[in-house]
Design a binder for this molecule. Structure first.
Ligand code: HEM
Length: 396
């Protein structure tokens, strides 16, 4: 009988084999101990994303639901979600995102050039979290001296040690971050700038009752945290997962080096093959009949997008990484009303990261030691990924 819990580290290490068992033998899986249901086939995950009336987000984005009831966009249902999303969407206009290209390239080049002469560097701690954090930091204006702390606390917020499902440290880190961002909101009220939070502060919105209002301080602090966290933790993982993919498939890496115009499709394949966000938490609003099973009303349901991307019913040779894969869709940014708002930015950052990385270090190797996985509830990726870029000359 198949067993699965994202809190068991061995299951995370071996998740793709377990997902296959879930898809084949238990497409409506029930974890009795934690009392959650899991959908793992592509079609089921997609359909659930498209039916927010049945699969509500109100009880939080993870199994543990620490974020339930908080003013995050990701845990709201329509009609409240609709106006909140409309206002936050204004941040991510195609013009604003494409206008960031030069800044992203310069920032990526700066971090990579720091290591040109070194034997190697750590993809995560020296590059992949710094780049998106600088970008989101510039967009919402997080002062540079606070960014390390934002990153550290975001890591603590997400970390799950395999024992506690709702660690006190995670709850404390989220409270610390909200306090920090509430302080920034108060400063921004006194001295608005040209950043996104100042813009949101002064935008009138029509809420679900039809009244015109503005976001309050608490909502703005949560917007800060939501964008700061989602804006860097995921991209940091995607870049590192992609570096691993290209180390395992060196022929494809050589193709990208020779023809960087292939990088955007390679990024889509990285998203499908080893996505940073593995599942999305939902809550059943009614009894759901599927594959001969019943998910009762008022139960936690997770949509395993990490499994959907490997579903052989949807993708040929799904386990293989293939930058030439002909596919028009994946669910690694979610789908439907909660489709990732930062998808265009994430794609741009990841494309530029690989353009700059492969132009400088086309022959990198993953170091023999020091690769460390980070364990979280729904985010999958590495905490450390040391690579070798200049091999010491052989002696003798
Ligand atoms: C590779 C990087 C990223 C991945 C894999 C990713 C993944 C996702 C997924 C799966 C969702 C849907 C959640 C759900 O349905 O419950 C989502 C939502 C969201 N993402 Fe991303 N994300 C990434 C980058 C970003 C970035 C860079 C930002 C912001 C700068 C961002 C902001 C958001 C926001 C605000 C939502 C909530 C949207 C809503 O509820 O309407 N994400 N993301």
């Amino acid at each position: 009988m198949v067993e699965y819990s994202p809190f068991v580290h061995a299951h995370v290490d071996n998740c793709y084999a377990i997902y296959k068992q879930l898809r084949d033998d238990a497409p409506v899986f029930h974890n009795e101990e934690l009392d959650f249901y899991a959908l793992s086939r592509y079609e089921d995950v997609l359909s659930a994303h498209l039916d927010p009336g049945t699969f509500s987000s109100k009880m939080g984005a993870t199994i543990e639901g620490i974020d339930a009831g908080q003013p995050y966009l990701i845990v709201k249902d329509p009609p409240e979600h609709t106006w909140h999303r409309k206002i936050v969407s204004r941040v991510f206009t195609p013009r604003r995102i494409s206008g960031l290209e030069a800044f992203i390239r310069e920032t990526a080049a700066g971090y990579l050039d720091d290591h040109r002469e070194a034997e190697g560097f750590d993809v995560v701690t020296d590059f992949s979290f710094r780049l998106p954090l600088d970008v989101i930091g510039a967009l919402i204006d997080i002062p540079p001296d606070l960014r390390e702390e934002v990153h550290h606390k975001s890591d603590v917020l997400a970390a799950r040690d395999g024992k506690e499902i709702r660690p006190d440290a995670a709850i404390q880190a989220s409270m610390d971050l909200i306090a920090m961002f509430a302080g920034l909101v108060a400063e921004r009220r006194k001295r608005p700038g040209d950043d996104v939070i100042s813009m949101l502060m002064e935008t009138d919105v029509e809420d679900e009752t039809g009244a015109t209002r503005r976001m309050d301080d608490n909502e703005l602090a949560h917007r800060f945290l939501e964008l700061a966290f989602a804006g860097h933790e995921t991209v940091a993982k995607l870049i590192a997962n992609g570096v691993v993919a290209l180390a395992w498939y060196p022929d494809q890496r050589r193709e990208l080096v020779a023809d960087p115009s292939l990088i955007p499709t390679a990024v889509e394949e990285m998203l499908r093959w080893d996505p940073p966000s593995h599942y999305q938490g939902r809550w059943s609003t009614r009894d759901i009949e599927l594959h001969g099973k019943t998910i009762p009303a008022e139960k936690r349901v997770i949509l395993i997008t990490g499994s959907a991307g490997h579903d052989e019913r949807q993708y040929d040779n799904a386990e293989l990484f293939d930058i030439h894969r002909d596919f028009d869709r994946h669910v690694s940014f979610g789908f439907g009303i909660h489709l990732c708002l930062g998808a265009a930015l994430a794609r741009l950052e990841t494309r530029i990261a690989f353009e700059e990385l492969l132009a400088r270090f086309p022959d990198y190797d993953i170091a023999d030691t020091g690769v460390v996985r980070q364990y979280s509830s729904n985010v999958r990726g590495l905490q450390n990924l040391p690579i070798v870029i200049n091999r010491p000359a052989a002696v003798g």
